[in-house]
Design a protein around this ligand. Structure first.
Ligand code: F6P
Length: 544
């Protein structure tokens, strides 16, 4: 279907032509009920949509667009196991990872839920042993450091959640995350580690990813050089869908935690890919996180579009990106513990919807996936917020804030009061972005007329604020599921396959060709473009 030919699309184009009318000061002044009507809840999350540049007519046409493109039907198809990832002929069943035992999700005639719970039980048994000190390393000492080796979805979700749930970590067990093939990453991680108390979790869905395998091989050498070959069994475990490759690497498949091809990498933090996280926070907290995911899954499939929080977030993003031509979205968590959340969302959103052809292979004729970026508040206020407030590009922004502080350090007197400062800053930013400060308001107090334009804030810059009581495992699960389904909604409306990632392939193939050229003993024949050939020669010369 060409959505650009639908009535809803045409109506939204007309709204966009008159978007100057969607002025937040007027929208608020004209509608005293706006905040109440546009503040929605899902689970523990309160989501204030009111500072977005939409009115009831725009929202109605966005909802019509979602209906026309079949967002609800597609969500049902995803969750019942249809092979909606058509370019890879795969089902997309990350929602089954948090299905309770007893709920049936059938794929090729088999209920996948018992398998999910079998792996969860294996993870629990293993993580309990490590946490209790019952699993000991080759020299008989309990494990203290877990090094997760993985990249992309096999890193970003676990590290984001490990950081987010710092308050829930086991006191003896810390995790480190190695992803970059830059040897400095692994070197820094192991620099002060005792091999006797270190466990490596090699996380890779395919177990073929070059960066992960290079890091895993070097980690193995580091361990074997210090503790001998036999130590590998006690210090290496794997998370993968590829048992043969795990065995080939030398990890006993009894120490492998499996998952399935129907879990996409960027949707996998609640699968066995979360093993490092479970080692840190324990099986009970991990299970609470899964409960949180489920709350939002249930909301997404049962709530009408007009009150469906992830669907509305997705539709509003479609409005900004496609109809208002706003290329980026900032995600600004006012929580230090969520400092890796923007990076996590970059993969979730940009690898899912950074696409330029539709499911049928035809090119889209409209803008799709936004550029996602962000930083924990309040640090960004003292760097890039200048552009958010007064730059020439409007950046829709998500603010995420907790009403209770995340910090637990009671040795710091007065630290409690920081939280009001943090929240005040968060609220002030969205207020300033939305309502700005007019030239007349500035002129009322500014004595130097030459400064009036410099000190004027245009306002009318949209944002969404997500507030929750505190950053618990359940709230984190709710947040992640919220964004998963937002991204899903956008992908359906744009007609994309949000579950493949062909765009990462070409670079991998070209790198594989360049690797031997960099290392060759004799000057290699080069068949790249002139620039790449010259850079390879320059690198080789510098390396001499
Ligand atoms: O190259 C992209 C990608 O395939 C991601 O989608 C994935 O999360 C990441 O690589 C890691 O893949 P794997 O878990 O198979 O090592």
């Amino acid at each position: 279907m060409d959505i650009t030919m639908t009535d809803a699309w045409r109506a939204l184009c007309t709204h966009a032509e008159h978007s100057a009318d969607l002025e937040l000061r007027s929208l608020f002044a004209d509608d005293p009920e706006r905040v109440g009507r546009m503040t929605l809840s899902v689970g523990d999350l309160v989501v204030d949509l009111s500072k977005n540049r939409v009115n009831p007519a725009v929202l109605a046409d966005l909802i019509a667009l979602a209906e026309t493109t079949g967002v609800a039907d597609r969500a049902t198809a995803m969750m019942r196991g249809d092979r909606i990832n058509s370019t890879e002929d795969r089902a997309v069943l990350h929602t089954a990872l948090r299905a309770p035992m007893g709920q049936m999700v059938t794929l090729d005639g088999e209920d996948v839920v018992p398998g999910v719970h079998r792996v969860l039980a294996k993870m629990e048994a293993f993580t309990d042993r490590v946490r209790d000190g019952d699993w000991v390393g080759a020299t008989g000492i309990p494990i203290e450091t877990v090094v997760n080796i993985g990249i992309g979805g096999s890193d970003l979700g676990p590290v984001m959640a490990y950081e987010a749930l710092a308050a829930f970590r086991h006191p003896r067990i810390r995790c480190k995350f190695v992803s970059n093939v830059d040897g400095s990453d692994l070197a820094a991680a192991v620099s002060e580690l005792d091999p006797a108390t270190t466990m490596f979790v090699v996380s890779s869905k395919t177990f073929t990813t070059q960066e992960t395998l290079a890091n895993a091989q070097s980690a193995r050498r580091w361990l074997v050089d210090r503790l001998g070959d036999d130590a590998v069994a006690k210090h290496f475990v794997a998370v993968s869908t590829n048992a043969d490759a795990v065995a080939g690497f030398g990890i006993d498949t009894a120490n492998m935690f499996d998952f399935w091809d129907w879990v996409g990498g960027r949707y996998s933090m609640d699968s066995a890919i979360g093993l490092s996280l479970m080692l840190a926070i324990g099986a009970e907290a991990f299970s609470e996180m899964l409960d949180g995911f489920r709350i939002v899954d249930d909301h997404f499939v049962t709530t009408p579009l007009s009150e469906n929080v992830p669907a509305l977030l997705g539709l509003i993003e479609v409005w900004y990106r496609t109809f208002c031509d706003l290329p980026t979205r900032a995600v600004l968590p006012y929580s230090r513990y969520l400092h890796r959340f923007p990076a996590y969302l970059q993969q979730l959103d940009m690898e899912s919807n950074g696409k330029r052809v539709r499911l049928d292979g035809e090119p889209v004729t409209y803008e799709t996936g936004p550029i996602i970026w962000g930083e924990a508040g309040t640090n960004g206020q003292h760097s890039f917020h200048q552009l958010l407030h007064q730059g020439t590009t409007v950046v829709p922004t998500d603010f995420i804030v907790m009403s209770a502080p995340d910090h637990t350090n009671d040795q710091l007197t007065g630290v409690e009061a920081h939280h009001d400062l943090l929240v005040a800053n968060c609220l002030a930013q969205s207020e300033a972005l939305a309502f700005g400060k007019t030239a007349a308001e500035v002129a009322a107090t500014e004595t130097n007329p030459a400064l009036v334009s410099h000190r004027t804030f245009p306002g009318n810059r949209p944002s969404t604020t997500i507030m929750a009581p505190s950053l618990t495992p359940s709230v984190l699960g709710q947040l992640v599921a919220l964004y998963e389904h937002q991204v899903f909604t956008q992908g359906v409306v744009w007609g994309l396959n949000s579950f493949d990632q062909w765009g990462v392939e070409l670079g991998k193939v070209l790198a594989a060709a360049i690797i031997p050229e960099l290392a060759a003993d004799h000057e290699p024949a080069l068949n790249h473009d002139a620039s790449t050939n010259a850079l390879i020669r320059r690198y080789r010369a510098m390396r001499k």
